[in-house]
Design a protein around this ligand. Structure first.
Ligand code: SAM
Length: 288
């Protein structure tokens, strides 16, 4: 088997300063792709038990084993909380999984996606077709640019904005800061909703607190959803939500049978339940 700096004795080790003192390891059968883009190191692996896996700078972005949890929840919570989402923007999301989920909604008329790294899109389309297929929808318009710069040029345009960013370091850092959230707010229509990758209530308390603080200050309604994703650090990740109007607590629309049957994690019940947080996390967010 080919090897790289993240592989030792047939195992991939995710090591990152953002979650010090712990490593997640997955057994690898093959390195399917390895290359460096202008922004980051991109690798795709065939794991032994968790399907294919995409990593950026050695950090797991998706595995075929559990990607559905994150893609479904980050997409369908805001899309079903909105009574009629037609104009959608995705920031990041170069693997295409979020687009795949948005495409299930017939009411959606247009999906802009702004991803900084065209190589992530190319590699995902080639090596992760079950995610990359999201780009095949005719409603999708791909913009290769920094998401922060793109957002600040949009005004009063989107019903829902989904930020599927990598972590708060490297090119993703700017997407966790207040000026970006001010841009998101200005890009929304009056009834708009945002949903952003909100890191872990266990491992990134300062980031979660800061995102809660920013969204409480800028939006009319705010919520935080916590979900289980075994291959993310600590086994969980959060979704930070902000709304200029609609209630976030439950779906505003009936979930069509046609969509529900295609899903594995999202339902009206888990939408509501995921917003009920463990006491320490609730307290941390209430205090902001
Ligand atoms: N689900 C993943 C996770 O949380 O681990 C995120 C997946 S997606 C691959 C993240 C994408 O965000 C990457 O393709 C990365 O290139 C993109 N990205 C990072 N910073 C960005 C920025 N400033 N503007 C637009 N896209 C950005």
């Amino acid at each position: 088997m080919e090897s790289n700096q993240y592989i030792n004795d047939g195992w991939f080790f995710e090591v990152n300063e953002l979650w010090p003192g712990m490593k997640l390891a997955l057994e690898i059968e093959k390195v399917l792709y390895s290359g460096r883009s202008k922004f980051q190191q991109i690798d795709v692996y065939q794991t032994r038990d968790h399907g294919r896996m995409l990593t950026l700078d050695g950090i797991i972005q998706v595995t075929e084993f559990d990607e559905f949890v994150y893609q479904e929840m980050l997409s369908h919570i805001p899309l079903f909380a909105h009574p009629n989402p037609e104009q959608i923007l995705v920031i990041g999301g170069g693997d295409g999984g979020i687009l795949r989920e948005i495409s299930r909604h017939d009411c959606v008329k247009n999906i802009d996606i702004c991803e900084i790294d065209k190589e992530v899109v190319r590699v995902s389309r080639e090596f992760l077709p079950e995610l990359g297929c999201g780009f095949d929808d005719k409603r999708v318009n791909l913009h290769i640019r920094d998401g922060n710069a793109f957002v600040h040029k949009q005004k009063n345009k989107y019903d829902v904005i989904i930020v599927d960013s990598s972590d708060f370091t490297g090119p993703g850092e700017v997407l966790f800061q207040k000026p970006f959230y001010q841009g998101l707010k200005a890009a929304l229509k009056p009834n708009g909703i945002i949903a952003t990758q909100g890191e872990s209530i266990f491992l990134h308390k300062d980031v979660v607190a800061s995102l809660a603080h920013i969204t409480k200050e800028l939006f009319v309604k705010q919520a935080y959803s916590s979900i289980m994703v075994p291959t993310y650090p600590g086994g969980s990740i959060g979704i930070c939500l902000g709304s200029l109007g609609p209630d976030l607590k439950r779906p505003a629309r009936e979930i069509p049978d046609k969509i529900q049957k295609q899903l594995r994690y999202y339902s009206a019940e888990i939408h509501e339940a995921s917003l009920v947080l463990p006491y320490f996390a609730k307290k941390m967010i209430d205090e902001q």
